[in-house]
Design a binder for this molecule. Structure first.
Ligand SMILES: Cc1cc2nc3c(=O)[nH]c(=O)nc-3n(C[C@H](O)[C@H](O)[C@H](O)COP(=O)(O)OP(=O)(O)OC[C@H]3O[C@@H](n4cnc5c(N)ncnc54)[C@H](O)[C@@H]3O)c2cc1C
Length: 319
């Protein structure tokens, strides 16, 4: 079968693209390597997506997006795309499970959390180190937690963690936060929040579970080892220090800037029939609202591309 549109990634951008493509009766497949939702399912609070109701978190927002996409008939499959052949009228995507053919591709692979990159971090992921507060906060009920970073996400997720932990310390490499002032004010007013300024984590240690970490003061060079409370035996470390675009598949094929895919305002890449949407592309604001907008534009443009290619009118029927 040759699809009209294949979307790689079922985050907000991919799901919005799937909605617009399937509503336009394009024969649409959304490929996702994990469960649908992307980064936003890792947060319990989405206060800035227009129309999102009070206390609605990422998972409930995504559930509604997925239901809508399913209702309009987009097909969804779990597969990790490993290789792409994008030149030519029929594009081929090679996944771990299957191979897929399509007239257009919408790249909505988003981004993944940036690791600290210090010794011990990788080995202790899921054993005290976590990149998802919503997923793992409950494991640290009444324990100590350290958040690394100073932007909006770090501070917001820190405050979420403070609902569970007895103390949350934000470790930030500078002497002031980068987060929006309104977020900072809430954090400073929260009695459970503490701050370790001018500091970076240089090593995480533990035998199967986080037991201590080394923190370096970037101004004085002094290194301090922070140990788990004896009664707790461990503590949590949550790095929120930015993201890495998931673009390695397109290295050398599509022009990028800082690892992000370059598009025009119609989400077109350099390759006819190949579009990119959401956090994966060069843009000034990476949020759900911009990801969904990108997805919608990409899907409409994919429809126009097929229409121009085939001169068949704005609907696909390639089964
Ligand atoms: C903790 C946290 C809190 C946030 N809070 C907010 C907020 O309050 N408001 C807001 O607007 N935004 C928030 N964001 C940002 C928002 O989540 C992102 O801007 C948005 O998710 C981007 O959507 P996307 O679809 O472009 O990419 P992503 O959400 O990154 O989704 C990409 C998807 O592609 C899949 N994928 C990647 N590579 C492949 C492959 N090779 N094959 C198959 N599938 C693949 C991934 O598994 C993933 O599901 C937050 C992000 C985080 C991490």
């Amino acid at each position: 079968m040759i699809y009209d549109v294949i979307i790689i990634g079922a985050g907000p951008a991919g799901l919005a693209a799937g909605l617009y493509a399937s509503r336009a009766r394009l024969n649409t497949l959304i490929l996702e390597k994990e469960k649908a939702g992307g980064q936003i399912v890792t947060t319990d609070e989405v206060a800035n997506y227009p129309g999102s109701i009070e206390n609605a978190g990422g998972p409930s927002l995504i559930k509604r997006m997925v239901d809508q996409v399913d209702e309009f008939g987009a097909e969804r499959k779990i597969d990790t795309i490993k290789e792409v052949e994008l030149e030519g009228e029929i594009k081929v995507l090679k996944g771990e499970k299957d191979e897929y053919k399509t007239k257009t591709v919408i790249i909505a692979t988003g981004a993944v959390p940036r690791a600290i990159g210090c010794p011990g971090e990788k080995e202790l992921v899921g054993r005290g180190v976590s990149y998802c507060a919503t997923c793992d906060a409950a494991f640290f009920e009444d324990m100590e937690v350290y958040v690394v970073g100073g932007g909006d996400t770090a501070v917001e997720e820190g405050m979420y963690l403070a609902k569970f932990a007895r103390k949350v310390t934000i470790i930030h490499r500078r002497d002031e936060l980068r987060a929006a002032k309104s977020i900072q004010e809430k954090a400073f007013a929260n009695e459970k929040m503490a701050f370790m300024w001018d500091s970076v984590v240089t090593e995480i240690k533990g035998d199967g579970i986080v037991e201590s970490m080394v923190v370096k003061n970037v101004k004085t060079g002094e290194e301090t080892e922070v140990f788990a409370d004896e009664d707790d035996g461990t503590f949590g470390i949550f790095p929120f220090i930015g993201f890495l675009p998931a673009t390695e598949l397109f290295d050398g094929i599509i022009p990028m800037e800082g690892g992000y895919i370059k598009t025009d305002e119609d989400m077109k890449t350099n390759i006819p029939g190949v579009f990119a949407a959401g956090d994966v592309r060069v843009k000034s604001l990476r949020q759900v609202v911009t990801a969904t907008a990108d997805g919608a534009i990409a899907a409409v443009q994919a429809g126009k591309y097929i229409d121009e290619l085939e001169g068949t009118g704005y609907a696909g029927d390639s089964k």
